[in-house]
Design a binder for this molecule. Structure first.
Ligand SMILES: C[S@@+](CC[C@H](N)C(=O)[O-])C[C@H]1O[C@@H](n2cnc3c(N)ncnc32)[C@H](O)[C@@H]1O
Length: 294
């Protein structure tokens, strides 16, 4: 069952314990030659947290975006291991995904497709940076964040406060059982479906469908399998390191759930959404779907 993940985990594991656990696992599978990658990456607090969790919770996801160009107070890390993580092909795709969500939301907000004082939501929200840092010059929507992790919600509240936004509400809820929430103009959803079985993914999309107004928009993303990738846009050596790190060191929990973009399109259409547009990152690893409830 994947529902308990990836919410916040208060890891008790020290860095030495994490590395010792990884070393033991690598030895068991005859891959101890990869241990130097684990040691190198453990110099990044973010990569170390990823090794502990096996996935990205709200705070760790936000760490991938907070220093992107254009983000308030952005300051690139000088730690070479942080740099290695951030410039890895997957994190580059993850950052493109963030920008694609914001581009679709700007299109909807500034074309009037979403009323200026409409309601927009993120499910699950994490720190909700992708909505909180939108350009609101000609609109003032109400913003709702929903997440199952109190730590993610606190981080989102801190960010909203730092940005001076006061039209924001956060709710502690299970995204797969939203129940009756008010009707919403647009919902964005990133980073939960990649850990879910097909049945759970459909449940998530169904919950979003039920919470949207007729004519409302749903934006989501999904990680694709290798056969979808554009390898001309991926550095081969970096990819090899990434594969070793994610598969054998981190044991990333999203790896079993990659879906072809046509599968995600079919799943969304099966729920009743009209797929209006799909944006691909250059490597075609993390497509973003703009859909509409008829
Ligand atoms: C990878 S993060 C993505 C957060 C955010 N959408 C973003 O892109 O920054 C996944 C989030 O899903 C939340 N989560 C996991 N299972 C959940 C559930 N069943 N209901 C609500 N939130 C959940 C986690 O707490 C975490 O904040």
């Amino acid at each position: 069952m994947t529902l308990e993940f990836p919410t916040h985990v208060d890891s008790e594991e020290s860095k030495a314990e994490t590395l010792a656990r990884i070393k033991k696992n690598l030895e068991k599978t005859g891959m101890e030659y990869l241990y130097s990658i684990a040691e190198e990456m453990a110099e990044s607090p973010y990569a170390l947290e990823l090794m502990r969790l096996g996935g990205l919770n709200g705070p760790l996801t936000d760490a991938m975006f907070q220093n992107m160009e254009g983000q308030p107070g952005a300051k690139a890390s000088e730690n070479p291991a942080d740099q290695r993580l951030i410039t890895s092909p997957l994190v580059q795709a993850v950052r493109h995904r963030f920008q694609a969500f914001q581009a679709f939301m700007h299109r909807l907000l500034h074309s009037g497709a979403i009323p200026p004082t409409g309601t927009i939501a993120s499910v699950p929200c994490g720190y909700m940076r992708e909505l909180l840092t939108l350009d609101f010059t000609d609109c003032q929507p109400r913003i709702i964040g929903i997440d199952k992790d109190p730590t993610a919600l606190s981080g989102g509240k801190r960010l909203a406060k730092a940005l001076g936004l006061n039209n924001v509400d956060f709710f502690h809820k299970n995204a797969l059982a939203l129940g009756a929430i008010e009707s919403i103009d647009a919902i964005v959803s990133n980073g939960l479906n990649i850990y879910l079985s097909d049945k759970e993914v459909l449940q998530l999309y169904q919950q979003a469908f039920g919470s949207l107004k007729s004519g409302g928009y749903f934006i989501t993303s999904h990680l694709t399998p290798e056969e979808d990738w554009n390898f001309s846009q991926i550095d081969e050596q970096e990819l090899e390191v990434e594969r070793n790190f994610l598969q054998h060191i981190v044991g990333a929990r999203w790896l079993p759930f990659h879906r072809h973009h046509t599968t995600t399109k079919r799943q969304l259409e099966g729920i009743g959404f009209e797929v209006m547009d799909i944006t691909f990152d250059p490597a075609c690893r993390f497509p973003v779907f703009l859909t509409r409830k008829p």
